[in-house]
Design a protein. Structure first.
Ligand SMILES: *Cc1c(COP(=O)(O)O)cnc(C)c1O
Length: 766
């Protein structure tokens, strides 16, 4: 640890409650006139005040080594409550407003900043929070999209997408840096990148710098939408422009800052900078870095590449082939000819290096950054970066044994694992104040600063079980009330709550949950399932707008919900709800109120998952497969305190090898009844053909995949049995509450404070 980031060099205690002018802040806050103001006006006024005091103390230390995080997504959620909490004044603001007759909850009207899609973007936000929270110098770089992830409506059971105009409430947490704008050049246009800085509050104040594209109408398109549709050539090029746009702006920023502090000798660049690439989207930054050094600062190509090799690190997030980006040479040539040339030069050097290592032609082809007119961005990252990490133990093993097998053989030292985490400040302290207070009572409040202290709860789970049940019931009642109001349902607030909330994707297997619910429903109707504890299944998910099957699954779930909820014979026992517009703020409520976390991806497909960790921290047991971080969750909380089912990696491999015939499984009448409901007229897909396509995907497959590619039918019966086992274990009992508490007590490892410390110790500040 040459340059320990948590050393005294840095601003250590900017938390307002400890050091800053909290009194002045409160006096000014008291002076705010609330009468006659709209929620948006008040929101902007109070936020501006918090910014004024929260940022007052920021000092820039040019001699510290800093890490930069490049990510195309930041799924921030609502900043208001979280920032006030980090500044140590949330309770004060609440009290001052209450005196003025204003309930602090009115700011829930302010919608989330959803500059991200799912887990990857939320991880980036959690990392920034944890770095600031633990005193590590980490700044984020990304895009300030005008429209974030679409807002979802459900019409006749179908997903409808509406633009998310998040800035209409104002953006009081950002500062536009007019004098730090920079020009980004494409072959056919020049775009101005204007930085907006968002402070990230904690033990220190870090910065999230998001760039907005300005200039012509065409230029503005670059920061208009998160993930513009890329099913056309124009769409693909826009995606590439976005990636280059923010990567280049960020590289430009880091190089300028470096030169200002240390002069134009770049050989020490990596002593002051490390750049963590979040997935393949920002990998183009490597080429841009070399371009800037060689063309603007007279560094030789070989030296520039060497410096890049000491500076960049790469995190892989998925093994899904569609997410491992490749760009065609024509595409790159068309808008970024210099970058195209640079990657080709890297390729020549790579070739030489690999030949020198006596690699076979096949091996060279597998690792090639450029081959047959295609640039392989994951291979570029793996070749150049000093570190390559997966995001859970199993995922990293898969990288080493499959995805990057050959590279692992030649560069084993690059590979390492960094199991994901989530910030326990937002995902426990903020979203579950009742649980936080209960924990304080049993183990003191040290866990808020240092999550490892939560382990002390292990000795007190029996003692705390009754209290915990009260807390869970409170959070559940709040959640169900919120859902009933928003979704127009009439769910009772004392049901057992199973929740599956995450992006909609076939590999996450929401369809399997839908079938399982149908089986349970059928069993309740025909009397084969008895003594069933009243239960509700909560789904929340957005589907990519062009992903037809995912959209059909949403419709299918809504059809099931309508039928099940409308059946007077069973609807006291079983309810289903698909919540609309699932996002961070909804997630905060769902993880706090749920009893059971459904994490049922096909083994080998979910890199880590982070939703599973949020549920664990709030005391939901995991009902899941041995996939992603589920494995590490049960390793810590105990398999006996969770519910694991389904085929393991070896069994899936065996099925893949020996041939899998899902149609044979349809001989089981229970499975058949559930699956056939897609095509036997039980439900309607509104004439879209979506249900028939789902049925075909399971039974005959398609040109691009085998039948039942994700082994839904293989795992369905064990899943149903496990859901029923949970149901019979539950019955509102103390022993179930103890299981839930064991999960909380062993969740320290899944705080992103731990993850970020590992990045800092092993990669950034080694
Ligand atoms: C945590 C989170 C995710 C990721 O959930 P997974 O279950 O890990 O896929 C997605 N969306 C939102 C809004 C989240 O908060």
């Amino acid at each position: 640890m040459g340059a320990n980031p948590a050393s005294d060099n840095f601003i250590n205690h900017t938390k307002m409650g400890e050091k800053m002018d909290r009194d002045k802040f409160l006096i000014e806050l008291n002076g705010i006139e609330t009468d006659g103001k709209t929620v948006t006006e008040l929101y902007n006024e109070i936020s501006a005040l918090a910014m004024k005091y929260g940022c007052a103390d920021i000092k820039v230390n040019r001699n510290e080594r800093r890490a930069s995080y490049f990510s195309i997504e930041y799924l921030i959620g609502r900043s208001f409550y979280n920032n006030l909490m980090e500044l140590g004044v949330l309770d004060d603001v609440k009290a001052v407003l209450a005196e003025k007759g204003v309930d602090i909850n009115i700011f829930e009207e302010i919608e989330d900043a959803a500059l991200g899609n799912g887990g990857l973007g939320r991880l980036a936000a959690c990392f920034l929070d944890s770095a600031a929270g633990t005193g590590i110098p980490l700044d984020g770089y990304g895009i300030r999209y005008k429209y974030g992830l679409f807002k979802q409506k459900i019409e006749s059971g179908f997903q409808v997408e509406l633009p998310d105009d998040w800035q209409r409430f104002g953006d009081p947490w950002s500062i536009r840096r007019e004098n730090e704008k920079t020009e980004i050049k494409f072959a056919d246009m020049t775009v101005t990148a204007v930085p907006y800085d968002m402070p990230v509050f904690g033990k220190r104040v870090n910065t999230l710098r998001l760039y907005q594209a300005e200039g012509s109408k065409e230029a503005e398109k670059i920061s208009e939408y998160l993930y513009p549709a890329d099913d056309t050539e124009e769409g693909k090029l826009l995606r590439l422009r976005q990636e280059y746009f923010f990567s280049a702006a960020a590289i430009n920023d880091l190089c300028k800052r470096y030169v200002k502090a240390h002069g134009p000798q770049f050989k020490n660049f990596d002593k002051f900078n490390v750049i963590q690439l979040n997935d393949t989207h920002p990998v183009i930054a490597i080429a841009e870095f070399i371009r800037v050094l060689t063309s603007e600062y007279n560094v030789t190509f070989t030296s520039a590449l060497k410096i890049a090799k000491r500076t960049f690190a790469y995190t892989n997030h998925t093994v899904m082939p569609e997410a491992l980006e490749c760009w065609k040479e024509e595409q790159m040539e068309k808008i970024l000819p210099d970058i195209s040339d640079i990657i080709k030069c890297i390729s020549v050097i790579q070739d030489r290096e690999l030949n020198g290592m006596l690699c076979s032609d096949e091996e060279i082809a597998e690792m090639a950054v450029y081959k047959h007119g295609v640039f392989n961005m994951a291979n570029l990252a793996v070749y150049v970066c000093k570190s390559v990490n997966g995001v859970a133990k199993l995922h990293t093993e898969i990288l080493k044994s499959e995805l990057f097998k050959t590279a692992y053989e030649y560069y084993p030292k690059k590979f390492n694992n960094k199991t994901n985490g989530v910030t326990h400040r937002r995902w426990l302290e903020l979203c579950n104040g009742e649980l936080a207070a209960m924990l304080d009572k049993y183990i003191g409040n040290g866990w808020r600063r240092d999550m490892t202290e939560i382990g002390e709860l292990n000795g007190k789970t029996e003692q705390a079980a009754a209290d915990f049940q009260v807390v869970k019931q409170t959070k559940k009642s709040q959640l169900i009330k919120y859902i009933n109001e928003r979704e127009g349902t009439d769910i009772a607030d004392n049901m057992l709550v199973y929740a599956q909330v995450k992006r909609l994707h076939e590999y996450k297997r929401q369809l399997m949950t839908a079938f399982a619910i149908l089986e349970i429903y059928n069993g309740l109707k025909d009397g084969t399932i008895r003594d069933f504890y009243p239960s509700v299944f909560i789904f929340g998910a957005k589907s990519a707008p062009s992903y037809k099957r995912a959209k059909a699954i949403i419709k299918f779930i809504n059809e099931i919900a309508a039928k099940v909820n409308g059946d007077k014979q069973t609807n006291k026992l079983l309810k289903v709800v698909f919540v609309t517009d699932y996002n961070v703020s909804y997630a905060e409520k769902i993880v706090a109120g749920a009893d059971v976390s459904l994490q049922v991806s096909t083994v080998g497909t979910e890199a880590s998952g982070t939703g599973n960790m949020k549920f664990m921290m709030n005391g939901a047991v995991t009902c899941g497969t041995m996939d992603g971080a589920n494995i590490e969750i049960v390793e810590r909380a105990g398999e006996e305190n969770n519910y694991i089912f389904g085929a393991r990696v070896e069994e899936i491999e065996k099925l893949n090898k020996e041939g899998y015939e899902p149609v044979k499984l349809l001989e089981d009448p229970a499975i058949k009844a559930a699956v056939n409901s897609l095509i036997d007229g039980t439900f309607t897909d509104g004439g879209t053909g979506g249900f028939k396509d789902l049925y075909d995907s399971l039974t005959i497959g398609a040109s691009w995949h085998k039948p039942d590619n994700y082994f839904v039918l293989t795992d369905l019966q064990p899943y149903v049995q496990t859901l029923l086992k949970i149901n019979s274990d539950y019955k509102g009992s103390n022993s179930f509450a103890v299981k839930q508490l064991k999960n909380i007590a062993n969740s320290a490892y899944f705080s992103s404070d731990r993850t970020i410390k590992e990045y800092a110790d092993d990669i950034w500040f080694k």
